[in-house]
Design a protein around this ligand. Structure first.
Ligand SMILES: NC(=O)c1ccc[n+]([C@@H]2O[C@H](COP(=O)([O-])OP(=O)(O)OC[C@H]3O[C@@H](n4cnc5c(N)ncnc54)[C@H](OP(=O)(O)O)[C@@H]3O)[C@@H](O)[C@H]2O)c1
Length: 289
């Protein structure tokens, strides 16, 4: 077991699935884990679960709804007020929406939560990570589904107002996961020289709560139920997140995309620095960073 005592990690969406198992593993290593969750009751259940499974009492929850700029800002303000070092930020939360909806701020929900919410959160916590310096890490849970955005991001319609919101939201989901990889690449370049690294990952196909409670619609639910026997357990699905958050083997590695704990290829869109910079600028303007 790696000894990570004295380190602190914030993990979004860690009341469930891959995030929960990432929290368990980091807590076992001695890291002080803050689970950032949108539902206090589910958060409390997860804190109790992690404490029981790890025998630690250093796990806590803080409220964070990535579908609300106000919530993200108040989460970051509450964290920064504590003036504690932050070693790891795991941008893990994510969803798939079968129909187009919008966040509190009018963003299409998938793009708003999966990308813009984490973009703003990371931006607000950036100085805390940089103050921690050498060894601080940003880990963003993307997906192999980023490949589904076959024509890259449509910068003229990032909010899916003009195109058909088709395929049970898969189009929007794939685009949001491509945005995760592009954001990571742009972030890594902007963090050069600070000692802070940024990497993205695909966890594999995981039998979590993802798309289980209706986000994928009834057909999506049935599909997930049929496919679940072939899925990885959440504990296995969390291995690459845990690796990137804590392994000395990836110290200093930045701007990469990992599958099964190894660097993997991304689509050409995710290697296009001009597009990554464009996404950065558009995102910054949208969230008012
Ligand atoms: N499962 C897979 O096969 C798979 C494959 C590739 C990538 N991924 C990615 O893995 C990540 C984790 O997903 P999972 O499979 O572990 O699914 P999960 O069990 O559904 O967990 C998703 C987490 O995100 C949280 N979340 C959703 N919307 C949120 C919001 N507005 N604010 C804050 N938290 C929010 C959920 O909170 P609630 O419990 O309150 O809903 C939950 O804690 C996601 O980014 C997903 O895209 C999953």
């Amino acid at each position: 077991m790696t000894d990570r005592a004295g380190r602190t990690a914030i993990i979004t969406g860690a009341n469930s699935g891959i995030g929960l198992e990432t929290a368990v593993a980091l807590a076992r290593q001695g890291t002080h884990v803050v689970i950032a969750v949108r539902n206090a009751a589910r958060g409390a259940a997860a804190v109790a679960d992690i404490a029981a499974r790890t025998g630690t009492d250093t796990v806590e929850q803080m409220p964070l709804d990535l579908a609300s700029i106000a919530s993200i800002r108040s989460f970051a303000a509450a964290w920064l007020e504590r003036d504690e070092p932050l070693h790891v930020l795991v941008n893990n939360a994510g969803l798939l929406m079968r129909a187009r909806t919008t966040t509190a701020d009018g963003f299409e929900t998938t793009f708003g939560v999966n990308h813009l919410g984490h973009f703003l959160l990371t931006g607000l916590l950036r100085d805390a990570l940089v103050a921690t310096g050498e060894g601080a890490r940003v880990v963003t849970v993307s997906s192999g589904a980023h490949r589904g955005a076959r024509h890259g991001l449509d910068f003229d319609d990032l909010m899916w107002e003009r195109r058909r919101y088709s395929g049970f939201g898969m189009g929007a989901y794939c685009a949001s996961k491509l945005a995760n990889v592009m954001f990571t690449r742009a972030l890594a370049r902007r963090l050069e020289g600070t000692g802070v690294t940024a990497n993205a990952l695909h966890p594999g196909f995981v039998g979590s709560n993802f798309a289980r409670e209706g986000d994928g619609g009834r057909l999506g639910d049935v599909g997930m139920r049929l496919l679940r026997p072939f899925a990885l357990s959440p504990a296995k699905g969390a291995l690459t997140s845990i690796h990137l958050a804590s392994s000395p083997l990836v110290a200093g590695v930045s701007g990469e995309y990992f599958v099964k704990c190894a660097v993997a290829d991304v689509t050409k869109w995710a290697r296009d620095d001009a597009a990554c910079d464009r996404l950065w600028d558009v995102s910054r303007d949208l969230v008012g960073l």
